[in-house]
Design a binder for this molecule. Structure first.
Ligand code: ADP
Ligand code: MG
Length: 233
């Protein structure tokens, strides 16, 4: 089988709270994601979904273990190289769009590309292509506050893939949307993952969405394990 695009290798993470209380969120756990694969991360609130995604996205460091992206270990990377990898190889989508309020939709897509060295013109062209793909090209010059929740989230999804990452991580990306909008935004996300052969890990509470993915995982006793999504009733 081909090399996984994302591999968690014996990852542990414990939070230390006041009064010496410890919360062991991840305990020497493993997981592999391949290109073109869309995996649902289904677990109750507080189980550690965000922690797992932040570690996989190099936003946080595990206490021990390694995150391997396309065969490259990140354990001993300097912060500067982790930042470059995060920018180039990983796309992250939050529950709330986290768009820059003072910039237009297309500018929000241009900024990460220009940080990576793209010219303004090339960044604008790709930004417009992505907005087109997401069906919101007509909203390109609007600021986030002038967009609906579904439109904001579509811009956030487009931004996550602006630098053509290999890995897409999404933390309850439709959790803040009504069911109809959630369905439409998820369909866009699905189309994008498949068109680009991304390895996607998507935290969701929505079993209808989880059922549409290639497989599902959950967190049990601080380990990543397979999850059987209930069939539609
Ligand atoms: P989920 O995203 O599944 O709701 P989280 O990863 O946010 O779960 O949190 C997992 C557990 O770790 C929770 O019990 C949470 O309270 C705790 N936790 C998360 N972040 C921190 C932190 N920075 N400091 C202390 N505890 C934390
Ligand atoms: Mg969370």
């Amino acid at each position: 089988m081909s090399e996984p695009v994302l591999r968690l290798d014996g990852v542990s993470r414990t939070y230390h709270e006041a009064h010496g209380k410890e919360i062991r969120v991840l305990d020497a756990t493993d997981c592999e994601l391949h290109g073109g694969e869309m995996v649902a991360l289904v677990a109750p609130s507080g189980a550690g979904k965000s922690t797992l995604l932040h570690i996989a996205g190099l936003l946080e460091r595990p206490d021990s273990g390694d995150v391997v992206i396309s065969g490259y270990s990140t354990r001993d990377l300097a912060e500067r190289l982790r930042t470059a990898m995060r920018r180039n190889d990983i796309g992250f989508i939050y529950q709330f769009h986290h768009l820059l309020p003072e910039f237009s939709a297309v500018e929000n897509l241009m900024i990460p590309q220009m940080l990576r060295g793209a010219s303004k013109q090339a960044a604008r062209e790709r930004g417009m292509e992505l907005l087109e793909f997401m069906g919101i090209a007509a909203r390109a010059s609007h600021r986030p506050s002038e967009l609906s929740g579904g439109e904001q989230q579509r811009v956030a999804i487009a931004r996550a893939v602006a630098n053509k990452p290999k890995v897409l991580l999404a933390d309850e990306p439709t959790g803040n949307l009504d069911p109809g909008t959630s369905e439409r935004v998820f369909s866009m996300l699905e189309k994008l993952v498949h068109a680009n052969g991304l390895a996607a890990l998507i935290a969701t509470h929505n079993h209808d969405l989880a059922r549409r993915m290639d497989r599902a995982i959950t967190l049990a006793n601080s380990k990543i394990v397979d999850y059987a999504v209930q069939p539609a009733s």
